[in-house]
Design a protein around this ligand. Structure first.
Ligand SMILES: [Cu+2]
Length: 149
C-alpha cells in the first residue's frame, strides 16, 4: 500500500533566509566578528592601548600602563579638536607635563574630530601629558611605561 507523505513545497523565503544566514556566517568566519561589530576601544593592529579624547573634555582612560615598545593610539571620536602634548614648554602649567629623563618632548598638533595620533614608547617611566585647548579644564592624562617583559 503506497504511503502518502504530504509534501509542501519549501517556500522561497526559507531559501532566502538560509542563504542570508549562510552568507553572514561566512563573512563572520572570513573577516572576524570585529569587522561587523567593532568592539569599542579594541586596539587596531600594531596598537597596544587606545585612549579616547572625549566630548567631556577628558582622556579616557585617564591613566594607562603599557610596556617599552608598545604603541598607544589616541582617538578623537568627539566633536572637539584635542591635542596630545608631552611638552612642558607648551603647557599652561608646566607641572602638568612630565617625562622620564632623556625623553624628547612631543606634540601631536591638532587632532580633529575622527583623527588619531600614535606614540611608541621606548623609555620606561611616567609620562604626564595635556590637551592644550582643555588643559585648564583638567584634560590631563598619564601613561606609565614599564620595562619590556
Ligand atoms: Cu581636549
Amino acid at each position: 500500500m503506497p504511503v502518502l507523505i504530504a509534501t509542501r513545497p519549501i517556500p522561497r523565503s526559507a531559501f532566502r533566509f538560509f542563504w542570508a544566514t549562510f552568507a553572514l556566517m561566512t563573512m563572520l568566519l572570513v573577516t572576524g566578528c570585529e569587522t561587523l561589530f567593532p568592539i569599542p576601544g579594541a586596539p587596531p593592529a600594531g596598537v597596544t592601548a587606545v585612549v579616547q579624547m572625549t566630548n567631556l573634555l577628558d582622556f579616557s582612560p585617564r591613566q594607562i600602563t603599557v610596556r617599552v615598545g608598545d604603541t598607544v593610539e589616541w582617538q578623537n571620536p568627539s566633536l572637539f579638536t584635542h591635542t596630545v602634548t608631552l611638552d612642558a614648554d607648551l603647557a599652561r602649567t608646566e607641572d602638568n607635563v612630565a617625562l622620564p629623563n632623556g625623553v624628547q618632548p612631543s606634540h601631536s598638533a591638532d587632532v580633529p574630530p575622527n583623527g588619531t595620533y600614535r606614540l611608541t614608547f621606548t623609555v620606561p617611566g611616567t609620562y604626564r601629558y595635556v590637551c592644550l585647548p582643555h588643559e585648564r579644564l583638567g584634560m590631563v592624562g598619564v601613561v606609565i611605561v614599564l620595562p619590556a617583559e
